[in-house]
Design a protein. Structure first.
Length: 272
């Protein structure tokens, strides 16, 4: 009886522990809106493994902080990622501009820091502060297909959990469209609870639990700051630290090794 009670207590403790107890709380995302000079060496000492930074945003703008922070972060030994904030204009042009900015910056990086490549992401959320309106599902598909066509890699897709669920739950989104998006890895934002599986994905890969210091979760388990950034954007990977490193290396793009460019395929995206 005592052994059974002990096992029940252990099981209760296991299921009551926060997600970050079994996952890697090791990713920070940044953009030009973060005005401070991030201390990447301190980030690494606090357990951060990777940084995902905005590279481009509407209309065809380059994040002015991207290059210098890439240099500093990779010199500190951190993994590097880049995201594009999408809008409702030509998705092929957006993808090509994004890859151009990422590639040009990477070419100027210390060769010793290039071994892990760049993890690519499409920021697919409701656009309320950049020009060009919100990116539609068919445009997101055209964007990720263009990225895959040129790099051989499908990017991640980032959005708020509610927005992603509402957008892809629409009757106007077909099964074919969902099957294409499912080739991308999923990054969800939810500042009050752990995200649920969002169709067509079986699980999330990254969870942004804190944005600009906004977080309704217990600070003891879900820190809101990192290094010298008091109001950080922090993320939990759905797996161990070792799994995160493997995930990053397998999905990252090494600029300079892209596939030959050709005209985008019209058949599939036109039918979508």
């Amino acid at each position: 009886m005592l052994m059974r009670l002990s096992m029940l207590r252990s099981a209760a403790l296991f299921f009551s522990l926060p997600a970050c107890a079994f996952a890697a709380n090791s990713v920070v995302n940044l953009s030009h809106y973060d005005m401070m000079r991030p201390d990447f060496a301190a980030m690494k000492s606090e357990g951060i493994l990777g940084v995902i930074h905005e590279a481009t945003y509407p209309r065809l703008e380059r994040d002015t902080k991207y290059f210098e922070r890439q240099q500093a972060a990779t010199r500190a030994g951190l993994l590097w990622g880049a995201y594009h904030y999408g809008n409702g204009t030509d998705p092929i042009r957006q993808a090509d501009h994004f890859l151009s900015v990422v590639s040009n910056a990477w070419a100027q990086t210390d060769p010793a820091a290039r071994s892990n490549g760049v993890l690519l992401v499409l920021d697919f959320e409701k656009n309320g502060h950049y020009p060009g309106g919100t990116m539609r599902v068919d445009q997101a598909i055209a964007f990720v297909q263009r990225i895959h066509e040129r790099t051989g890699k499908y990017p991640g897709i980032y959005s708020g959990e509610y927005n992603m669920r509402q957008t892809l739950g629409s009757r106007n989104v077909s099964g074919v469209q969902k099957s294409i998006l499912a080739k991308c890895w999923l990054w969800l934002a939810n500042y009050s609870s752990q995200p649920r599986a969002t169709s067509p994905w079986d699980f999330w890969h990254l969870w942004q639990y804190c944005g600009d210091g906004r977080c309704k979760l217990p600070r003891s388990a879900y820190p809101k700051s990192v290094a010298n950034i008091l109001k950080a954007e922090r993320n939990i990977f759905n797996g161990s630290r070792t799994a995160l490193q493997t995930f990053w290396q397998e999905r990252a793009w090494t600029p300079g090794g892209e596939k030959p460019r050709r005209e985008p395929e019209r058949t599939l995206t036109a039918e979508l």
